[in-house]
Design a protein around this ligand. Structure first.
Ligand code: MLT
Length: 262
């Protein structure tokens, strides 16, 4: 991992391989470690860039709400620091919310979009209120009091891989309280991106998990339906962490789609 100060915050990131850059953006409350099963296989043909977003993994946290546009601006500065031109943004869940903010603000930097277990819609008022309450709880009792409870919904009911569950617990354990609270507040205030989808000109692949209990596949389908020419791939027996749970299948889908971009 390498470090750089991005918009006043120390960011840690992986930068490996050469060629067309692939920017892997993790979900909440994870880190670049969630892409472990993608980094090696893709770095032999691509330049793989995988940051820990501010407040997650090894990256420093900032205080207060972190809007999705803030993460997007961080990614823009990071890509410029690294002299990486237009990238294929591969983004999971909250990372997908960030990727949509990035594509809206910096369309010239997007060579392609791969939106994984994510959606375009905003939170309902009830969901946003729940996130604000969770943020207060994180500030009072620490991140574990909130994030460990998310774990049960992350996996497909067919998953019996306890090593993977422990790995995800470890990844979540690195998230800092202000990072988790800031992301919760940022997600609560994010706008609905549905109206933006027709403006996306970049080739887009949407990957869903058939058993995703956090973002049901129907919401990923709506996302794909809103983007001109987007391809939707739904992975059977996969939950919210399709790239970890069904890594081989995920990598095959991504590799085939990237091959068509050349
Ligand atoms: C994520 O996986 O990034 C989050 O669960 C997304 C969300 O809570 O909306």
């Amino acid at each position: 991992m390498t470090a750089a100060t991005i918009n006043g915050v120390q960011y840690h990131y992986i930068d490996a391989g050469e060629g067309q850059p692939l920017l892997f953006v993790h979900g909440f409350p994870l880190s670049s470690a969630a892409w472990k099963k993608q980094i090696k296989p893709f770095q032999s043909s691509y330049r793989v860039i995988a940051p820990d977003l501010r407040g997650f993994g090894d990256s420093e946290a900032s205080s207060g709400a972190v809007p999705m546009t803030q993460y997007a601006e961080d990614l823009y500065v990071l890509l410029n620091e690294l002299n990486a031109g237009p990238t294929v943004v591969v983004a999971h869940s909250m990372g997908g919310y960030v990727a949509l903010a990035f594509a809206r603000k910096f369309p010239e930097m997007v060579r392609g979009l791969v939106l994984v277990n994510t959606k375009a819609g905003a939170d309902t008022p009830e969901a946003a209120a729940g996130r604000r309450k969770s943020a207060e709880q994180v500030n009072a009792d620490g991140p574990k009091s909130v994030v460990d409870g998310m774990l049960a919904k992350f996996f497909s009911p067919s998953n019996k891989d306890s090593a993977l569950v422990n790995e995800v617990l470890d990844i979540m354990g690195a998230a800092k309280a202000p990072g988790v609270a800031g992301a919760l507040l940022g997600m609560a205030e994010r706008p609905d991106s549905t109206g933006f989808l027709p403006q996306i000109a970049a080739p887009t692949l949407v990957i869903a998990g058939d058993d995703d209990q956090v973002i049901p596949p129907a919401e990923s389908k709506q996302l794909a339906d809103g983007i001109r020419g987007a391809k939707l791939q739904t992975v059977p027996q996969a939950g919210h962490l399709v790239a970890m749970e069904k890594a081989d299948e995920f990598n095959r889908i991504l590799k085939d789609w990237l091959g068509g971009l050349r």
